[in-house]
Design a protein around this ligand. Structure first.
Ligand code: G3H
Ligand code: 13P
Ligand code: ZN
Length: 332
């Protein structure tokens, strides 16, 4: 039986994005697969008084189970209230939906927002697929994120080898003809913990990689074409060096991992960029805490013992992003 997100206490992105664009901040979109990630996201959002998007990829949905995720999202709303938030603003969003059927299934099962990622398709096919999803979604008051331009790296089965920036001259036509509510663009970000090849970077005095800057000129040209239209940045983990160092110091192997500098994300948040996607930083925070814990407590084997510091470390990271990078705190 179909379940509307409204019955679960969730909201779509419409008002949230309008406020964020006006207010010059961005809403955090954190990916989650586990209960500990969900708890940490809710705790961080409540303590900072921030709206939040909890997003689930196709892979995450297969991993966690769609029914369980639906109730986890409902649980997130109730948990936020229990923690003292009178009016939680929580979105359950499908990240990188790759078909109409998947988007429909999510809409029918409690998602308040979906992404249809047709970015790897030819332009007209991307428009046709996005439009079809928008029609179904809007009939259920669900908001739709589309993508134009291709990010290099792994996009949950939507893969491309080369990075193609979004063409500003296409965005008006695309947004008008599809009716999408927000647009993910390509300005140099990419997914994962290895966003740039060492040969694309310079090295600082400490020998650490410094990535090339994001294409802010492309972002500003898009903003000019679509004033006030909500823009989304994927692939926006900053890959904190201290977490990478902790992982490597405790048996991990992440050489030359590099992300997007936070100053650039802070700058982007002040523009029409109103949703910033972060997944890898959560994975790194969790892995760093667990590796360290196992190294220091080889005799322990109760998951609660090592997942507790992992949850705390993720929460610290989420709060830092909200307050110091995206600026979405005190917006409830
Ligand atoms: O964009 C990709 C997200 O980081 C989700 O990754 O497909 O491995 O869950 P995943
Ligand atoms: P990161 O890999 O940079 O965290 O990006 C996540 C993302 O864009 C999810 O859609
Ligand atoms: Zn993404």
């Amino acid at each position: 039986m179909a379940v509307s997100y409204k019955e679960l206490g969730l909201v779509n992105t419409k008002e949230m994005f309008a406020k964020a664009v006006k207010g010059g901040y961005a809403i955090p979109a954190f990916n989650f697969n586990t209960m500990e990630q969900m708890q940490a996201i809710v705790q961080a959002a409540v303590e900072t008084k921030s709206p939040v998007i909890m997003q689930v990829s196709k892979g995450a949905r297969n991993y966690a189970n769609g029914t369980i995720l639906r109730y986890m999202a409902q649980g997130a709303v109730e948990y936020a209230k229990e923690l003292g938030c009178a009016n939680p603003q929580i979105v359950l969003h499908l990240d990188h939906g790759d078909s109409f059927e998947l988007c429909k299934d999510c809409i029918d099962n409690g998602f308040s927002s979906v992404m249809i990622d047709g970015s790897a398709l030819p332009y007209e096919e991307n428009i046709a697929l996005t439009k079809k999803v928008v029609e179904y979604a809007h009939a259920h008051d669900v908001t739709v994120e589309a993508e134009l331009g291709v990010l290099a790296g792994v996009e949950d089965e939507v893969a491309s080898e080369v990075s193609h920036y979004t063409k500003p001259e296409e965005v008006i036509d695309f947004a008008t003809r599809t009716g999408c509510d927000s647009l993910a663009i390509s300005i140099g970000t990419s997914h994962g913990a290895y966003k740039f090849k060492p040969e694309q970077c310079t090295r600082n005095a400490q020998g650490k990689l410094v990535p090339p800057p994001l294409a802010f000129d492309v972002l500003h040209a898009i903003e000019k074409k679509l004033p006030g239209f909500p823009i989304v940045l994927h692939g926006s983990s900053s890959v904190p060096q201290d977490e990478v160092d902790t992982i490597n110091a405790h048996g991990g192997k992440l050489p030359d991992a590099v992300g997007i500098p936070e100053e650039q994300l802070r700058e982007a948040s002040k523009s029409a960029v109103c949703k910033i996607n972060i997944d890898s930083d959560s994975r790194l925070a969790m892995t760093a805490a667990i590796r360290k814990y196992f190294d220091e407590h080889p005799e322990h084997f109760d998951p609660r013992q090592y997942l507790k510091p992992a949850r705390e470390n993720m929460k610290k990271m989420y709060m830092h992003k909200i307050v110091d990078v995206l600026g979405s705190n005190n917006q409830l």
